[in-house]
Every structure is written in C-alpha cells, then in structure tokens.
Ligand binder design. Structure first.
Ligand SMILES: NC(=O)c1ccc[n+]([C@@H]2O[C@H](COP(=O)([O-])OP(=O)(O)OC[C@H]3O[C@@H](n4cnc5c(N)ncnc54)[C@H](OP(=O)(O)O)[C@@H]3O)[C@@H](O)[C@H]2O)c1
Length: 260
C-alpha cells in the first residue's frame, strides 16, 4: 500500500513552472522543490530567475533556468526540448505565467491590448500545454496545472476586468477541453483559481488605494488576503499523486470571495 507520505511526495519528479521569477510562480517553484521535485523555471528574463533558482537549490534540488516567451511557438518547443534533454522526463507543468488586468473599461480597451492579454493568458497556456502534452502522452502520466483565477468565475468589484476576466474564464474552459482529450492517456489537467494574494503589485495597488483595500477586504468572507505559502502548499497537493483521480476540475482558493 502507498504510504500517505509517498502520496504527497514529489521526490524523483521534474516540474516546469512558467513565470517563476516572482509572485506566485516563485512561491510554487520553491514549494515544489521543498516537496522533492527538480525544477525547470522560466520567464522572459533569464537574469531575474536567480533568486528562485537559489531557493530551489537551498532545498537540495536541481534547477534549469530558461528564458522563453510563452507566446512564441518555437521558444516553447525549445523550452520543452531542453527540459527533456536535461532531465529525461517531465512530470508536472505549472502553467502560471500571466499578465495582470488592464483596469480599463471595455469602451476604452484597444483591440491591441485585448489581444495581448488573451495572447499571454490563454494562447500562451495552450502552447505550453500542447508541447508538454506531446512528452506526457507517450508516458501515460503527467499533471498540468493551469492558473485560472476567481476572476474566471465572477467579476471583481472596484476593478475593470474585461480581457483579464475573459482570459481566466477561458482557462477554465481550456482545462476542461484538455482534460477530456487527454484522460485516455492518463493525464490530469486541473485549474487553480486563486483570489487576492499579497503579491507585490497587489500590495502596491492597495497601499496607493487604502479605501479600495478596505472595500475589497469587506468582500472576502475570511477578511484577509491569501498567504502565498498556503497557496503553494495546495499547488503541491495538485502536483502530487493525491490528484490522480482529479481532472478537468477548477480548485478555488479565495477566502470565500465567490460565495457572495
Ligand atoms: N497575484 C494574485 O493575487 C493572483 C490571483 C489570481 C490569479 N493569479 C494568476 O497567477 C499567475 C501569476 O500571477 P502573479 O501575480 O504572480 O504575476 P506576476 O507577479 O506579474 O508574475 C508574472 C510572471 O510571469 C512571467 N511572464 C509574464 N509574461 C510572460 C510571457 N509572455 N512569457 C513568459 N513568462 C512571462 C513574468 O516574468 P517576465 O516578466 O520576466 O517574463 C513573471 O515571472 C497569473 O496567471 C495570474 O493571472 C494571480
């Protein structure tokens, strides 16, 4: 019988995290390493991955840092090729890289800005999943975790959402579509939908807009922003054997925001 500890462990696994230079991606990479995985970490700026790489090594795990823009097909192909060359396998994709909301009402949103958000948040995730899927399908094993958002389910008050909310709702749809297509190959495709977290851009925005900060906290039943350690711990669970019977699901972790 598999022990409970083995269910949660990622020892011997290789995980690739896009957007790992800061924020959620940085927390995910560190936690996956803490759980035993070797890491491939990606952003558009190689020089900004040093801190995350250091955190992975501090847990005694190996790390490969790669520069890639997830909108570029060739760059995404190379990212996956180099991962397999280095580690010989890829067990977990955390499809995390994304761009933030533009905070513009629809009538002021240019087509260019609309397309840019969709291109990173949706098309980029599709490209990464497609290329990683090609490696996982023959092995009949692998986990793909797509970063959606509670904004894929509700429209946040006090912010204009538009392209961002639509992109995250589309990630929920992409997750279901890939899950159905790849269930015969034993792949698990899951969306993670966080609420408000205390990342640097959020904290900067709230510090500059204390009234909005108070109003947002009033909308969260648990009355606080999320803690990155809690979120990263949940991500580790989704990346582990615990999620073997989950696919197509969206896991919401939002302090209850979507209740009201
Ligand atoms: N923060 C929250 O409270 C929250 C809540 C719900 C959902 N989310 C979702 O969680 C994910 C991470 O959010 P975050 O707040 O941590 O974001 P963040 O601090 O803005 O970090 C974004 C990361 O993605 C990378 N990136 C951006 N565009 C890229 C591209 N085209 N190709 C490759 N890498 C790219 C960035 O690095 P470079 O700029 O160097 O490329 C950076 O490492 C996003 O999908 C976001 O929508 C966040």
């Amino acid at each position: 019988m598999v022990s409970l500890a083995d269910f949660f462990s990622l020892r011997g696994r290789v995980a690739l995290v896009t957007g790992a230079s800061r924020g959620l991606g940085q927390a995910f990479a560190g936690a996956l390493a803490e759980a035993g995985a070797d890491l491939v970490i990606v952003s558009r700026h190689l020089g900004e991955l040093g801190e995350t790489a250091g955190a992975v090594r501090a847990h005694g795990r190996e790390v490969l840092s790669l520069e890639a823009d997830i909108r570029q097909e060739e760059a995404v192909r190379e990212m996956v090729t180099r991962t397999v060359e280095r580690f010989g396998r890829l067990d977990v994709l955390v499809n995390n890289a994304g761009t933030e909301r533009q905070n513009l009402p629809p009538e002021q949103t240019s087509l260019e800005s609309w397309k840019e958000v969709l291109d990173i948040n949706l098309n980029g995730q599709f490209l990464c999943a497609r290329e990683v899927g090609k490696v996982m399908i023959p092995r009949r094993a692998g986990k793909i975790i797509n970063l959606a958002s509670m904004s894929g389910m509700v429209i946040n008050r006090y912010f204009h959402g538009g392209s961002y909310d639509v992109s995250k709702a589309a990630v929920v749809g992409l997750t279901k579509a890939l899950a159905a297509e790849w269930a015969p190959y034993n792949l698990n495709v899951i969306a993670l939908a966080p609420g408000y977290y205390g990342t640097a851009p959020n904290l900067r925005w709230f510090q500059g807009n204390p009234e909005i900060h108070r109003q947002v906290l009033d909308l969260i039943p648990l009355g606080r922003l999320g803690d990155l350690r809690e979120l990263a711990a949940l991500l580790v669970v989704l990346a582990s054997e615990v999620s073997n019977y989950m696919t197509g699901s969206t896991v919401v972790i939002d302090g209850g925001y979507t209740l009201w």
